[in-house]
Design a binder for this molecule. Structure first.
Ligand code: AMP
Ligand code: ZN
Ligand code: FE
Ligand code: FE
Length: 293
């Protein structure tokens, strides 16, 4: 069974529509697919309809922009009730932070001699609800300023880069609790990726998150080298955290991240689904189930 628990559609910064993502999973022999767009559940319904037709299991999820000890961290939330008010409020705040960042980014680019209009970025964002730096990057590609997203990040948009602007993110420990209260389970995405400052996400940091209810950590991810994966796998074992693996597929938006390039073991997936079921029962909320299971 091939299980990929972290993918993006064009409702955030992937380039594939949710239904096409499911179709692509089927072609590649991915049996279980989680849709985890940044900060939005917008793609869930379209993906669910496609999954029922294609015979692919779909795990509805969100990759939530968080902050821990002053640095960005991404939290994968699986199967939460998307109508739980504290979750809705936080996602709205994050999406508003994404929108209000754009003018400041464009100002910085202008000062660097690059005249990009908000409409150029909106056009590049297409059907995305979660607008972000990748769409600014796409607009820069269209304008011929850079050749691809990577070049746009390296030259301008990377964290701390010349056109970087910070934005609102949810407090990580509080968000782990919110996801549980919404009847879902949370997995920390790529905690030791070099792009994310992970000094605070050490043994003590992960133990604190586990105490708050974190269910797992994403170990097998493109941004973790083999030594990093082994160290993190060992730590996850010590803390009794579920280990996941996934592609973080973004369509044409990220190279060498084909769907299913990293996968999650069956027993780890089963444990997550069991934990979600228990969280849903404890929360008393009607959280979604895996589609097609
Ligand atoms: P934002 O959500 O606007 O803060 O932009 C961050 C997103 O950009 C990340 O979640 C990645 O999906 C993407 N990203 C970050 N670095 C790169 C890169 N070097 N090349 C392509 N995409 C990137
Ligand atoms: Zn992304
Ligand atoms: Fe991420
Ligand atoms: Fe991601």
């Amino acid at each position: 069974m091939r299980i990929d628990l972290h993918t993006h559609s064009d409702r955030s910064d992937g380039t594939t529509a949710p239904a096409d993502l499911v179709a692509h999973a089927r072609v590649l022999g991915v049996d279980v697919l989680a849709l985890t767009d940044h900060d939005t559940t917008e793609g869930w319904d379209e993906a669910a309809t496609a999954a029922r037709r294609a015979g692919v299991r779909l795990v509805p999820g969100i990759e939530i922009s968080c902050r821990f000890a002053g640095h960005g961290a991404h939290l994968l939330a699986y199967l939460p009730d998307p109508t739980y008010p504290p979750l809705v409020e936080e996602l709205d705040r994050i999406l508003e932070g994404r929108r209000s960042r754009l003018p400041a980014t464009l100002d910085k680019l202008r000062r660097l001699g690059i005249d990009l209009a908000a409409d150029d970025v909106r056009r590049a964002a297409g059907s995305a609800v979660a607008m972000g730096r990748p769409h600014v990057a796409d607009a820069l590609v269209t304008k011929g300023v850079v050749r691809n997203r990577k070049e746009a990040f390296d030259s301008f948009l990377r964290t701390g880069g010349p056109a970087y602007v910070d934005r609102y993110a949810a407090e990580l420990v509080a968000m782990v609790r919110t996801v549980s209260a919404a009847g879902g389970v949370s997995v920390l995405a790529h905690p030791w990726a070099s792009r994310h400052h992970h000094a605070a996400l050490d043994r003590a940091g992960l133990a604190r998150l586990a105490d708050a209810g974190l269910a797992g950590v994403e170990v097998d991810h493109q941004d973790h080298d083999p030594a990093t994966r082994e160290a993190l796998r060992g730590l996850a074992g010590d803390l009794d955290l579920v280990v996941t693996g996934s592609s973080d597929y973004h369509g044409a938006g990220k190279l060498d991240h084909e769907l299913g390039c990293n996968t999650t073991a069956r027993d780890c997936y089963d444990r997550l689904v069991d934990l979600a079921r228990a969280a849903a029962a404890a929360s008393g909320r009607s959280a979604p189930a895996v589609v097609g299971a």
